[in-house]
Design a protein around this ligand. Structure first.
Ligand code: 3H9
Length: 691
């Protein structure tokens, strides 16, 4: 056995097994690339070797290029050189894929002369999700192996496929289930063809014969995004069809190098790391999570049912508790229906649907919480009701049980004070639909025991959520910032913009929906109830509610609805003009750029206050929250990253303008924002110093 850094070479008779072991995911950083080159040199010099198996670990063949190396000078050999060396080996090289083969990892496998996979394998080119295109030959080799249509779909969406699908597509030559990599060694002995993928042209022929094919396949894939990278992916696949391999590869490299330096990829790489960093709660060393084997959810409404499904999906048995049989029946029926739909759609098998549904038990009365290790209360957003429930939980829950409230804005400390064990209480703010949305704000109360936070964080991971620990304040992080955007949107209407101009500015920015389309979808009565509870007013929203316009469910809100199709409504314009008149505001046209600034900068300003107050630990935590809970466009990196791109001085100056024009104190630049802007720094600089 020979060792070359993270690469070992073993002999199994006349087959050499080259094993990569660079934890955690075999990222192809410089040590691994050098190790691979040295291993190939060793094997090349040994005439007794008749075939090579290139293998990784059970978790990862390889997770791709090392993303942390981007943006600094890359050390030789680069990945393209390693792949060429594999491709030019004098004996067949077989990639043995268990776990993930992603990005550069799959490109490396495409440099091999054959690929075999185990059923745990996931293969894909997810570079587009980092604002990139595959830059080590992926856009040139994948279409030569799976055809242009399949390659476009994999490269432009970035979504991976499993072993069976990969075999059907021709990406892997066999799916094996024997020992790893032993079964691949056996397979390698049968491989005689060492034709290089780069020399294969047959799968490109359909696209060459039909020049419109690429645009037809690409159009629906590109429709949803304003980002650059997906277009570059399509251009590069087109080059694979139109140019010889070397020219296509050179074109791919140029596109990659442009993208990797650009803001879009920087934003998406930031988002990748912020998401992972945000899940590392800052807790005293040695803090241990409590074991969780059973859960209870109080409330079988949309939220409670969705949360129960999250537990069941993660394999945790859960009791759903209601006060009335009819409500419980309705909730359980909805859960069954959602599972049936997933099974029908094929996202889970009917057996899985049955198994998951079987983990959910319905019960009447709070006695049902007695054996739960974690209890999530998801009743109506009313402080009185929640306090009553928690007083009861205090009496009934077993010692050490985590008592969580799923609230969007209520005070965790006040809820905790209704128990004799405030250390066990915290907020777990799920987003609707809870079984789909990835964000989980874990809200730390004044008295919350660190072990309880660690438990919620651990549970969040098991549920597959992006769990971010935040402090206790009205609306926590996400809704507190959303509130500022909502205020700004309302004010824009009064000042002269139309709902469609405001929504249009945000969809052009990259959001899936603008604030008014979103209010219409959620129901205007929700916001009205919260405003009433806190003595607040929003003239236009209140007037629409007074007119019975609650949004889609009543057929009208900020728009008129025919089913889900919205059209602008002159009656809304009339209401807005009337409300502006009452306030003495003269409406005037507002440019799209200004609308965007007036919506986004107040959120950033609130984000700065949130950081200063320690409600969020890091600017990246705020970004992760907005990316996973509020559809902030990934290619803009999150609000705090975006702020640094724009420059804090610009944001400070514009906020000063908005503050002078409206007198709204919330628009006065936050002290942290001002300090950083004055010093010429960004939020990221501040985070680095704090770390
Ligand atoms: C590329 O390949 C470009 C080429 O086309 C051209 C080059 C010229 N690099 O997610 P996890 C870290 S672009 C560096 O928690 P999981 C991650 O930060 C790349 N680090 O685990 C984390 O660190 P920490 C294309 C990486 O099991 C730890 O590994 N590839 C990389 O839930 C565990 O990660 C991709 O886009 C990396 N490539 O998921 C794949 N990958 O523990 C990106 C992971 O300190 N990666 N780390 O927080 C993933 O999608 C997931 O990490 C993966 C594992 C599915 C692999």
């Amino acid at each position: 056995m020979a060792q070359h850094g993270p690469v070992t070479v073993e002999r199994d008779g006349d087959v050499a097994v080259v094993m990569m072991d660079n934890p955690p995911v075999n990222a192809l950083g410089s040590a691994l690339r050098q190790g691979l080159m040295a291993a190939l040199d060793e094997v090349r010099g040994d005439a007794s070797v008749k075939a090579v198996v290139l293998a990784g670990t059970a978790r990862a063949f390889s997770g791709g290029a090392d993303i942390t190396e981007f943006g600094s000078a890359m050390q030789d050999p680069n990945l393209r050189q390693v792949i060429s060396a594999v491709e030019d080996m004098p004996v067949p090289v077989v990639a043995a894929i268990q776990g993930v083969a992603l990005g550069g990892g799959l490109e490396l496998a495409l440099g091999c002369h054959a690929r075999v996979a185990w059923t745990t394998a996931k293969m894909g080119l997810p570079e587009v999700k980092l604002g990139l295109l595959p830059g080590a030959g992926g856009t040139q080799r994948l279409p030569r192996v799976v055809g242009v249509e399949k390659a476009l779909s994999m490269i432009v969406t970035g979504n991976p496929i499993g072993a069976i699908e990969a075999q059907a597509a021709g990406l892997v030559d066999a799916v094996l289930d024997g020992s790893y990599p032993g079964a691949a060694v056996e397979y390698a002995r049968t491989v005689t063809d060492r034709r290089r993928v780069r020399d294969r042209e047959d799968k490109l022929e359909p696209a060459r014969a039909d020049p419109g094919l690429i645009d037809r396949v690409a159009a629906p894939l590109l429709k949803a995004s304003g980002a650059e990278a997906p277009r570059a992916c399509v251009d590069s696949v087109r080059a694979a069809v139109e140019m010889p391999f070397d020219a296509g590869s050179a074109n791919e490299r140029r596109l990659f190098e442009t993208l990797v330096k650009g803001d879009e990829s920087r934003a998406q790489r930031h988002a990748f790391f912020a998401e992972r960093e945000a899940q590392k709660a800052k807790l005293p060393p040695g803090t241990q999570a409590r074991p969780v084997q059973r859960a209870a959810v109080i409330g079988a409404g949309t939220m409670g049912g969705g949360i129960a499904m999250c537990f069941a999906n993660a394999g945790i048995p859960v009791t759903v508790i209601e006060t009335e049989q009819a409500a419980l029946d309705r909730g359980m029926a909805r859960i069954a229906e959602l599972y049936a739909t997933s099974a029908k759609r094929g996202s889970i098998t009917p057996a899985q649907a049955e198994e998951r549904r079987g983990r959910i038990t319905g019960r009447l009365g709070l006695e049902g919480v007695r054996d739960a290790d974690i209890i999530v209360e998801a009743v109506f957003e009313d402080m009185g009701v929640k306090k009553q429930v928690f007083a009861e939980l205090d009496r009934l829950a077993k010692p050490g049980a985590v008592l969580a409230t799923n609230t969007s804005y209520l005070d965790i400390d006040e809820i905790a004070a209704s128990t004799g064990r405030p250390g066990d209480v915290l907020g777990m703010h799920f987003f609707s639909p809870a079984n789909v949305m990835k964000l989980l704000e874990t809200v730390r109360g004044r008295a919350t025991d660190p072990a309880v936070i660690a438990t919620a964080a651990e549970v969040g991971k098991r549920l597959g959520k992006v769990g971010v620990v935040v402090g206790n304040c009205f609306g926590f992080v996400g809704n507190r910032m959303l509130g500022r955007r909502q205020d700004a949107a309302e004010r824009l209407l009064l000042d002269g913009a139309s709902p469609q101009e405001v929504d249009g500015a945000l969809t052009a920015f990259g959001f899936k929906m603008g604030p008014f389309a979103m209010s219409d979808l959620a129901g205007l009565d929700i916001g009205m109830r919260i405003r009433k509870a806190f003595g607040k007013r929003a003239p236009v929203a209140d007037a629409l509610c007074d007119a019975g316009r609650y949004g889609q469910k009543t057929g009208s809100g900020y728009y008129l609805y025919e089913g889900r199709t919205a059209t602008p409504d002159p009656e809304v314009d009339r209401i807005i003009t009337e409300e502006a008149g009452k306030l003495g505001i003269t409406r005037h046209p507002i440019a799209a750029d200004e609308i965007t600034e007036r919506l986004v900068y107040p959120m950033i300003n609130e984000g700065a206050r949130i950081l200063e107050e320690g409600i969020a630990a890091r600017p990246g935590d705020i970004d992760a929250i907005w990316l996973h809970g509020y559809n902030w466009p990934a290619w803009r990196g999150g609000p705090m990253f975006y702020a640094d791109l724009v420059g804090l001085a610009r944001i400070r100056d514009r906020l000063q303008d908005f503050h002078s024009a409206t007198g709204d104190e919330n628009l006065r630049p936050a002290p942290l924002l001002t300090r950083l802007a004055d010093a010429g720094h960004g939020f990221a600089d501040q985070a680095k110093r704090a770390a």
